[in-house]
Design a binder for this molecule. Structure first.
Ligand code: SF4
Ligand code: SF4
Length: 94
C-alpha cells in the first residue's frame, strides 16, 4: 500500500485531479465496493519526485481522511515515514 483513503471520505473529488500518477478513482470505480474514493497502491508513489508531500492529502478537506499505509507494491515510497506511522494509519496531514 501507499496512502489510504478511509471511510471518512465525503466524495468531494478534490484529490483526484491532484494525483500525478492517476492512482485515485472515485466511488463508482472503487474495487472494494465502498462508497469512497480509492487509491491504487500499486500506482501511488506517495508523490515522490512530484511534490513535497502527498498532493491528495494536501487537497483533502476532510481531517484524517488520507493516511499512511504499509509499503507494498508501490514503485516509490517516502523513506522518512516510519513503520509505526504506517501501521497506525496515521493521517498524512495532521
Ligand atoms: S500520494 Fe500522490 S501519488 Fe499517491 S494517490 Fe496521493 S496524489 Fe497520487
Ligand atoms: S479529497 Fe478527501 S474527502 Fe474528497 S474525495 Fe478525496 S479523499 Fe475523499
Amino acid at each position: 500500500m501507499a496512502v489510504f483513503i478511509n471511510d471518512t471520505c465525503i466524495n468531494c473529488g478534490a484529490c483526484i485531479d491532484e494525483c500525478p500518477v492517476e492512482a485515485i478513482v472515485d466511488e463508482d470505480d472503487n474495487p472494494t465496493g465502498e462508497e469512497t474514493y480509492y487509491v491504487y497502491a500499486d500506482k501511488c508513489v506517495e508523490c515522490v519526485g512530484h511534490h513535497d508531500e502527498p498532493a491528495c492529502a494536501t487537497a483533502c478537506p476532510t481531517e484524517g481522511c488520507i493516511t499512511w499505509d504499509a509499503i507494498g507494491e508501490s514503485p516509490e515510497h517516502r523513506e522518512d515515514i516510519t513503520e509505526e506511522q504506517r501501521a497506525n494509519k496515521e493521517p498524512v496531514v495532521e
